[in-house]
Design a protein around this ligand. Sequence first.
Ligand code: MBD
Ligand code: FE
Length: 308
Amino acid sequence: MSSKLIEKSVIDDLASRASGLDQPGGDQRLKSIANRLLGDLFTAIDDLDISMNEVWSAVAYLGQAARNNELGLIAPGIGLEHFLDLRLDEAERRAGLAGGTARTIEGPLYIAGAPLSKGTARLDDGSDKGEVVFMQGQVRDQNGKPVADAIVDVWHANTLGNYSHFDPQQQAYNLRRRIQTDAEGRYSFRSIMPSGYATPPGGSTEQLMFAFGRHGHRPAHIHFFVSAPGYRHLTTQINIEGDEYLFEDFAFGTRNDLIPPVARISDPKVLAERQVQEPFASIDFDFVLMPEVEGVTDTVVERERVSA
Ligand code: MBD
Ligand code: FE
């Protein structure tokens, strides 16, 4: 069959009727988005001569992905979550709001309500014998003023790349904490060095990545939400330098400004001070928050999240 069998007016008319544009009721915003997406889909089917079998295999694929609970993983895998970040970055740049710590994707593995500590916290429960890591820094505003009582909500994977709650082997909220900055805007925590994440073997996301000739690996990373009254909510991550997937993240989350140096500390005096037996890793990282401004897209994202 050759492509382009259908006239544009026929496609436009069907997309418009299918999305209810000729009806008075319903959700006007949804209708106009659906009209556009359906028209684009019908056009793609006609241009690329997408077969009936291909259409139904896509429908089956999406159904299976939904049953596997992997839609939230496919979104970053196909670049959708990163694309939304690119748009928000540009909207901020145009509003004169560039300059804070770079954002990057949240991903599907955040759990709200982690234990709250003041100033400092230990994130790991001691059961995973990974490399000890201390991370510390300051939350500041764009003028360098410390932000006291900011909340640094941090979450990361264990040495197998697994996240508590999703991994039944880990205790509730392992490697998840909220840390309130002190009067100087400082936070610090002790944890274990995470490993990179890989999409579930045999799952829908991996299947799609393999069909694209790609992989489903993320480099080792630590997630953060940083928030304080009067400031724009920051969603970000740091990456661990040296990871083989550092610039090969299947989820497009790596950013050059988010790869702090990792120091290795082995001075016996410092080990004793920190009450650790082995040399450890140390990461300094400061967060710069931008002020809340009216009329610029909010950075607090409402999305379906797994809850504890
Ligand atoms: C992750 O740990 C993650 O951060 C993202 C974005 C996707 C899958 C797993
Ligand atoms: Fe992650």
